[in-house]
Design a protein around this ligand. Sequence first.
Ligand code: S3P
Length: 486
Amino acid sequence: MSRVFHPVKTKFRHATSAARRISAVLREAKLSNRPSATRIVARSVPCLQGRARAPGDKSVSHRALMVGALALGETTVQGLLQGEDVLCTAAALRALGAEVTREPERGLWRIRGFGVGGAREPGNVLELGNSGTSARLLAGILASHPFTSFMSGDASLRSRPMKRVTDPLSRMGARFEGREGGRLPLAIVGTDEMVPIEYRLPVASAQVKSAILLAGLNTAGETTVIEPAATRDHTERLLRHFGAEIHVAPAEGGGKRITVVGWPELKARAIVVPGDPSSAAFAVVAAAIRPGSDVTIEHVCINPLRAGLYQTLREMGADIVFENQREVGGEPVADLHVRGGGLTGVEVPPERAPSMIDEYPILAVAAACAEGTTRMLGLGELRAKESDRLSSVAAGLQANGVSHEMGADSLTVRGSGSPPAGGGLVTTHLDHRIAMAFLVLGLAAREPVAIDDGSAIDTSFPGFADLMNRLGARIGPISGSLSGAP
Ligand code: S3P
């Protein structure tokens, strides 16, 4: 237990010092006569109303491009996320020989693939920006091709653990040279003579599972991954859709045993990408914490391996209805209808973590506005995200006067049932989900909430502020007085 905040004793001092910090930021922006483009502030609103469509799912978008590149013929993708992370994957696949083009008028992407085993040596370092999914999944493709390639990324990506993928891929026959802990920049010495393995994942990670399955495509025989707990299965669904032979069976003690049969001939397909439940979560929580809100987010993927946040919010008393349930691109999809009201604290069990691994920052915001204590358990993996997300969330709560306690792999948030103090300036550490979660807190808090850098939001949710503002939020760059618009 490392951090305890006592709201009663420190509330006043906290609010004044936080307000002073935000004023200093505003003054600096004014004095230098340029609005600090990346600093963003959110102000309290009574409620949110309206309909919006969530951006394309990030996980499915990466995989659609990659599997399309590994297929022969022309794959078309509708609804692809235009976020920076996905654009990094597109650029890397082009460097490997795939033709990846976009028809802006129809919002359609076309991929002419190089086929399993058909990638060519890239002429330069693959720059993957902020994107862990690009780095981990591409490592599986690169490791199973007979050339050397290099990948790097921004400061956040360069700090993230890669041994979790390089260990199993080394067992299959590839070699890696990276910084300490296998971190990026990373050299990958691939081979087309990979040996199939049966690998038990030490952590429940869809990225690691997917890297091994993608490597298994260009490997003779059967490659098997055993996951301790079921994680998102978009790779399996898409590979099957493209004609690969994938076997899934329950594993002993929970989780799944997934086998891919090597050297399939993947055939190009048409894909429709559903909306991202991790992005929809920001608008859904914003509506849930503002009584009187009535918001519908359309076309959201409700794959049960992604829907843990929605189950948790319902347990907290949120009024969320999955309307118009249907199947889109092999994934279950619904329009999420949310009406705002009071939430109460709950305990979130560790087994639920894989199905809501990216949603804890926004759940912490919901918990801060709920009445009573919310305990979130089994959060160790949050420390390996775009930032040490557990510490980033705790620091953001601290800056905004929310009573909480952070453990090694747990977080307890004590809500009072009324709007939190707010007034904090939150450090995002290039972590898009920290940025968006705390801007949502600002829609409910008594004082505005600012973030130091909103630039990472575009990695997963370009147009976030516009979409939220269309629903009635007040989110905008820091350029004037705190009491003015937005
Ligand atoms: C992802 C899996 C998760 C998630 C990440 C996207 C994916 O990571 O946090 O944002 O697309 O496979 P882990 O698999 O490392 O938990």
